[in-house]
Design a binder for this molecule. Sequence first.
Ligand SMILES: Cc1cc2nc3c(=O)[nH]c(=O)nc-3n(C[C@H](O)[C@H](O)[C@H](O)COP(=O)(O)OP(=O)(O)OC[C@H]3O[C@@H](n4cnc5c(N)ncnc54)[C@H](O)[C@@H]3O)c2cc1C
Length: 415
Amino acid sequence: MSIPHGRVELPSQADVVVIGAGAFGFSAAYQLVRLGAGNVVLLDQYEPGTQVSPKAAGLFKMIQASETKTRLALLSRQIVTTFGRESGFPIPHHAVGSLFIARTAAHAGMVEAEVEDSRGWGVDIERVDGREARRLCSYLDPAGIETVHHVRGDLYIEEPRAMLMAYWQAGLALGLQVIGHTPVIGITVERGEVRSVQTSSGSIDTPVVVDAAGVWSRMVGALAGVEVPIVPMRHQLRITSPIDGVSADQPIVRITDASGYARPARGGLMFGGFEAEPVAYPGQLPTGFTTDMISYDPQLNNRFAEALVPSIPALNGHTSQEDRGGLFSMTADGKLLAGPVGAVRGFWVTTGCNGSGFSLSSAVGRCVAEWITGGQPPFDLSLLAPDRFANSGLSAEILQERTVWQYANYYTPGA
Ligand SMILES: Cc1cc2nc3c(=O)[nH]c(=O)nc-3n(C[C@H](O)[C@H](O)[C@H](O)COP(=O)(O)OP(=O)(O)OC[C@H]3O[C@@H](n4cnc5c(N)ncnc54)[C@H](O)[C@@H]3O)c2cc1C
């Protein structure tokens, strides 16, 4: 898919400047132009859509451990599956559902509790037996499994970049200005209100800024004097070479006690997992840092595979087609940072992905765009207030400790 490129001049004025052309930024910027927010400019320091978002696993999971995030997950699903009809630019996806598995009694108990909550929030989940699980997913060996739940609404996007490209094209068609290779280096705030954004190629006067800068969002927030408490944390995955019997229409598998997942990918399987001691990048990311500079640990992927092999025997002796990864932006309570910042009028944040940002970005972008243009969020998003940790005594050490816990317990939030 090619994007009409051409040089876009930096305007001197905009109604909204969105900083960061990843999943969050594209979504918010597209929704803003769709809702008539006026002159919307989406800036990126690098080529748009090249940092964390295209490296995602592309999984959309409806079980999200809180009512607010569940509503966002369901809304994202709806946006993505109907995007082609709405915009003319379909987002290719596989609506295959997932199997949520526990192999120990303790994990089965936690899964049951989560399933119960999620059902109450509108997620369609059915407990199935091993035979049915095997029928739904021929790459799964159900021996040794305590419980399996079929989450029908889960889906995956084979190549995550395809979602970004659809948003990009849909945005351009509505007049969105997407400008890459233009780092934001300053934000002017006067009398508590956003006035302008300074970039490497000039300044844009604007009353509204959306900080969608992903793992850089803390640094962008600091330009406006806003604390954005996230810690970047490495996450990596592998796509195996093609495996006989695996096809794109098979479901996603999540194995909670292995803290791991798998899904069909390029004729093989994609798998990844969550280690107990993740590599964190606290503080500032170095100038010029890109996600291509992260080093990955192939041994870690081998360990994820070993933990999954009893249930996914095809991973035994597999070879790798691609090892890749990026950074999550983790928060102390595992929830997004999304909405306005009280102390600086006109400054909005959409980050704190906690590992589900690719999927939740569609809903977050829509909600924030509705809030900016209409003055109200479509439903209560106070749980995600970006400034909820202000004056809470969240030191760098506590933030680091809690974010590591959130990462390590991605599949066991009740642990
Ligand atoms: C290996 C892996 C697998 C994942 N799998 C999933 C999954 O299956 N499902 C899911 O929901 N989520 C998943 N995630 C998480 C998901 O990828 C992220 O939550 C999401 O992509 C974050 O999007 P973003 O827009 O915040 O970040 P990015 O895509 O990194 O975009 C941020 C942009 O901001 C730009 N920027 C930063 N600073 C500036 C500046 N000063 N000026 C201008 N531009 C700036 C950057 O250049 C960048 O392009 C995964 C993540 C990883 C690493």
